[in-house]
Design a protein around this ligand. Structure first.
Ligand code: BES
Ligand code: MN
Ligand code: MN
Length: 460
């Protein structure tokens, strides 16, 4: 089998794969901060060069500033075509002082590589790049047709890839998408995700008086934008985690009994979860649902930040004229962005104190997605995971969102295999992000095996 040669090659090249990953991790490609725009181009260029070096036809497309990396190798005749997706953009690094080693100076400690983007998603995206290299350099061919699309705006709304899919969808045609941007349920437990939550990310702007006012002279009569904002926020959800927006739950469709039953059989140690991943006194949320149900199948509402008034040292007696909150909702089948945002906006306007002016804005939104639990591609993935990890894959979901997965499904009719290599304690979006090197190498091997098996199946 050609996968044997590729697996050999991958084993022999581990050190170089690691040092190349370190090169990519050293580029601070933070998509949400405009000052890093040149780094976006550098990271895209780096990936494009790697693909070209190994014989994949690759180019940067879609945008000069936040390019997509597109690559193709289509010499496998009638074999299925896989569209391999990842993202090279990363989250901001603050608070910087909590990092043990600098976020863009990758460091290996205890079998993990620490850097921003190590797990989310440069390290994971590279498992597919190095799997391709392993085939092409050892055998000169891939067992199937392969396209790459690696974006640079996943963490900030994905505008470029969404436009590219709309305008050049035919170029991305494939039998199935492979998405390496999720993780294992627990160390050593290979996992296929069968669903992701969607997101509705908003801002609430409150305008009170024409300008800030002295709180002694005007307190008691002048509207306070922060007090008004706090009053609004307090009425968005109750203390048991129920969202109070009328009609919010009307289109929520819970998974089947069988699926819920299968989740109850998945490993979950609530005490360890609370201690090791959350580090709080207790979990919150709807008491009628298990933690997995609350994270994977129930919608949520979270406040991310509140700005306004005085937060410096000492005291300033001011009635703030303006206040802003960032609020997002995670949404689940069959809720939609449009429907949820509409209900939310009306409700916020309705509960807003009449003394202030409130403006509710949609920053970005993506619908939830579920993927088939059985298909030739899922079967190939399960076999590849079993062969790599020595135990059967579990089917789970994730509460996170990967916007393009729903777009692939809706606009291209393309379902995804969500096969990721992160771990629950990888510190995604947080200080000391890391990626397990064992999972990095297992991810490369599993991808090699996945392509072999899928390549020899009739359809994807
Ligand atoms: N890779 C994550 C999402 C993820 C993590 C899915 C773990 C499954 C398992 C992705 O990069 C991410 O952070 N997505 C954002 C999307 C948002 C900015 C549109 C999210 O979920 O907050
Ligand atoms: Mn990601
Ligand atoms: Mn992310």
């Amino acid at each position: 089998m050609s996968s044997d040669a590729a697996l050999h090659y991958a084993r022999d090249n581990r050190e170089r794969f690691l040092s190349e990953m370190e090169e990519l991790l050293s580029i601070p490609s933070i998509s949400t901060l405009p000052e890093h725009q040149p780094d976006m181009v550098r990271a895209a260029r780096w990936l494009c060069d790697r693909l070209q070096d190994m014989g994949v036809q690759a180019e940067t497309v879609g945008s000069e500033d936040y390019p997509l990396v597109y690559g193709q190798w289509l010499q496998a005749g009638n074999a299925p075509t896989v569209l391999a997706y990842g993202h090279y953009d990363v989250q901001p690094v603050d608070p910087l002082d909590l990092w043990t080693s600098p976020p863009f100076e990758p460091e290996v400690r205890d079998g993990n590589i620490f850097a921003r983007g190590a797990s989310d998603d440069k390290g994971q995206a590279l498992t597919m790049v190095f799997a391709a290299e392993s085939y092409l350099r050892s055998t000169g061919a891939l067992p199937l047709n392969l396209k790459f699309i690696i974006e640079g705006q996943e963490e900030s709304g994905g505008q470029v890839i969404k436009e590219y899919v709309r305008d050049h969808g035919d170029r991305l045609s494939a039998d199935v998408a492979e998405v390496a941007d999720s993780g294992l349920l627990a160390p050593g437990v290979p996992t296929l995700d069968t669903g992701l939550r969607g997101i509705v990310y908003t801002e609430i702007h409150v305008h009170g008086a024409a300008h800030d006012l002295h709180s002694g002279l005007y307190g008691g009569v002048a509207p306070n934008a922060l007090n008004a904002l706090a009053a609004i926020i307090a009425r968005l959800r109750d203390e048991r985690g129920r969202i109070l927006i009328p009609g919010f739950y009307d289109s929520v469709q819970m998974p089947s009994k069988e699926i819920l039953e299968s989740w109850r059989r998945l490993p979950f140690d609530e005490a360890a979860f609370l201690r090791d991943e959350i580090g709080a006194r207790s979990l919150i949320g709807e008491p009628a649902y298990t933690p997995y149900e609350r994270m994977w199948a129930r919608p949520t509402l979270d406040v991310h930040g509140i700005a306004g008034g005085f937060t410096g040292e000492g005291a300033k007696t001011v009635i703030p004229a303006e206040a802003i909150a960032k609020v997002s909702m995670r949404i689940v089948p069959n809720q939609t962005v449009d429907e949820v945002f509409d209900l939310y906006r009306h409700y916020v306007q309705e509960i807003a104190p009449s003394s202030v002016e409130v403006d509710v804005r949609l920053i970005h939104g993506d619908n939830p997605v579920v993927v088939p639990e059985d298909s030739p591609a899922i079967r190939a993935a399960r076999e590849a995971l079993q062969a790599t990890f020595g135990r059967p894959a579990v089917l789970a979901r994730s509460g996170g969102s990967i916007p393009i997965v729903g777009i692939f499904q809706g606009a291209l009719g393309l379902s995804s295999v969500l096969m990721g290599w992160g771990l629950p304690d990888d510190n995604l979006h947080a200080p000391n992000e890391k990626f397990s090197l064992e999972n990095f190498y297992n991810g490369i091997n599993a991808t090699i095996r996945f392509w072999e098996r899928l390549g020899s199946s009739a359809t994807a």
